[in-house]
Ligand binder design. Structure first.
Ligand code: SF4
Length: 131
């Protein structure tokens, strides 16, 4: 009787500049049987997370009215599931807010029903009135 064929997926750890090449081996049922290639615990955790529940931070800008600049930099407060990133970006496209805005202010709560908020990552003062 032959052993079940193993399935190996490769990842590049982004935890530090060393860039360890990680391998996640799973059995036929999809359960992880071994993680290899990491040089520290951070890499092992990264590989497991990337394999089972990949998530990403999103930083972009939204339209602001009456501010010193026309776009306000924003970011999610925590990583969102990778397969929901497009939903978040689409939701932010139509956002228009009024200046002034303080850094850290919630711009969109529970964006795209992800349970994650989007906050301003800088202050946006009012535009100076032309004299
Ligand atoms: S496994 Fe550890 S040492 Fe290797 S790249 Fe990731 S964080 Fe750096």
């Amino acid at each position: 009787m032959r052993d079940a064929p193993e399935r190996i997926t490769h990842y590049l750890c982004i935890g530090c500049p060393l860039g360890c090449r990680l391998e996640v081996e799973e059995d036929e049922s999809g359960a992880i049987v071994e993680i290899r290639g990491f040089s520290c615990r951070k890499g092992k955790v990264f590989a497991e997370r990337e394999h089972t529940d990949p998530r990403r931070m999103i930083a972009t800008t939204v339209t602001v009215v009456g501010g010193r600049w026309p776009r306000l930099p924003v970011s999610v407060t925590e990583e969102v599931p990778r397969d929901r990133m497009w939903d978040v970006v689409k939701a932010l496209r139509s956002v228009v807010i009024d200046a002034p805005v303080a850094m850290g202010e919630v711009i969109v709560a529970d964006v795209a029903a992800t349970g994650v908020d989007v906050v301003a990552t800088r202050d946006m003062p009012l535009a100076e009135i032309a004299r």
